[in-house]
Write a protein that binds this ligand. Structure first.
Ligand code: ADE
Length: 225
């Protein structure tokens, strides 16, 4: 999958050079192209923001550098162009799955009080929010989206990892996990997990998934089919 990111802070995306996403990039499964919007500023000081028409606090990202950055990508075909914004559609596991089907994503990261609406009208297919809180910019949300979507690209996760049996896959949260030693600081691993009885283990895990979901996210139980 190809992902283009338009941002004023390209250095932030070095976080994606590590761990599973770094490996996916080196293997050619993921191609992340970070574009500095500032390179498209026509101002001698590379300014990309200006005062809002109508007044109000803060600055607005100008349409021209954003639109020229989009034009430079020469987009066509199976592309989804996304603006990261607290006003957007909430990023859920099902939206993540939907987005993973595209050949190419373009992510626009806003800063200041937002982006001139005309740049959005001309270039954006969907606005996406990572949750009901406001961050200082769209860079961290873009990285969250990239991480979540990349897990669905074939071969990105090793055979020991999987998107099948995990939180949200059946609208329930994940059961707790344990590894050696069997006794740690006086705390024993639940007996059933060392019993060797696979049916009992499955029953215990299902029960714990329900309990944890009921405690932390009862809203998910209403959505369960
Ligand atoms: N930019 C600022 N806050 C955001 C959020 N919650 N989701 C996506 N983009 C954002």
């Amino acid at each position: 999958m190809r992902i283009d990111v338009l941002t004023l802070f390209p250095e932030m995306f070095s976080a994606l050079d590590h761990s599973i996403l770094g490996r996916a990039t080196r293997k050619g499964l993921l191609d992340i192209n970070v574009v500095n919007i500032r390179d498209f500023s026509k101002d001698k000081h590379k300014k990309c923001d200006d005062y809002p028409f109508g007044g109000g606090a803060g600055m607005v990202m100008m349409a021209q550098p954003v639109c020229d950055a989009f034009d430079s990508l020469g987009l066509d075909g199976d592309v989804m162009r996304i603006y990261m914004s607290p006003k957007g559609r909430k990023l859920t596991q099902s939206l993540v799955k939907e987005l993973s089907a595209y050949r190419q994503l373009v992510l626009l990261c806003g800063h200041y009080e937002g982006v001139d609406q005309r740049a959005l009208d001309l270039n954006i297919d969907m606005e996406v929010s990572i949750g009901d809180y406001v961050l200082t910019g769209g860079e961290l949300p873009a990285m969250v989206l990239i991480d979540a979507v990349s897990r669905y690209i074939p071969d990105v996760l090793g055979s020991e990892q999987s998107t099948v049996d995990e939180s949200f896959s059946d609208n329930l949260l994940e059961y707790p996990q344990y590894t050696r030693p069997q006794n740690f600081r006086g705390l024993e691993v639940p007996e059933v997990l060392v019993s060797g009885n696979h049916q009992k283990v499955d029953e215990w895990r299902e029960k714990l998934k329900l309990e944890i979901t009921m405690k932390n996210r009862p809203d998910l139980l209403e959505k369960k089919e």
